[in-house]
Design a binder for this molecule. Sequence first.
Ligand SMILES: [Zn+2]
Length: 280
Amino acid sequence: MAKKKVVENQPLLEYIENITHLPESIPQEGVEEITIAKKLLSLYSLQQICSQIDKIRVVRGELPNEVRDMEDALIGMQTRIEKHKEELEELKQKIGSQDMKMKEAAALIKRYEDQQNNVRNNREFESLSKEIDYQRLEIQVAEKHKTKFTADVAVKTEDIVVFEEKGNEIEEILNQKKSELADIIADTEKEEKELIEKSERLKKNVDLRLLNAFERIRNNARNGLAIVLIERDACGGCFSTIPPQRQLDIRLHKKIIVCEACGRIFIDKQLVESQNPSAS
Ligand SMILES: [Zn+2]
């Protein structure tokens, strides 16, 4: 016998081993003996239905995420537009204050020029000329600033148009996804309900302890598989290699055999195919 690997779900493994090591069936009067093959087949049918339910839930689970991502993207775009609009307002105020500065400087120049007509000496005239030069310089600086702010306004305005177009695109796709999601939920809910009912009926045919083990393995397994086939000499659940002797035991289905690495229950392909020839 192969050396047992230490696995995370050791307690579960032991639990299942305990079940399988109990006397296979204690013949009781009036109670039909249920063979291991039958138990495995019931469990396998249940697995098929449960996997279909899982699949529906995965499909339905991803769509809301997509919708949420798009909603976030839309909010992000709206925030950028808001910020740009605020900056645009600030720029317009800055342009306004440059206009004001130029107006004030122009008024001062006019006043100084008037004063120059009434000066008493050259020194006063020169002093006013200096003031006038200074105010002209102020106007030049303000004009330079205004040109820059005006260019910034043009860029921001263009950006806003682009962002708004993008936002509209996102919104359109988002609405499409939302209605898709609503349709899928409506479609799958009916299918899921039927499958759940079917699985409940199947559960009644499964040995209670085996069913508990099945549920526990399924909850631990990421792919939701509790009973698996051997595929290419490996466990169909975790892909650990299965020794030939163990494969032989599985094919004999005299007792329930679980994967030593992952604890999943094995069922052999031939048994499945004997029940349902179309199954691959
Ligand atoms: Zn395994």
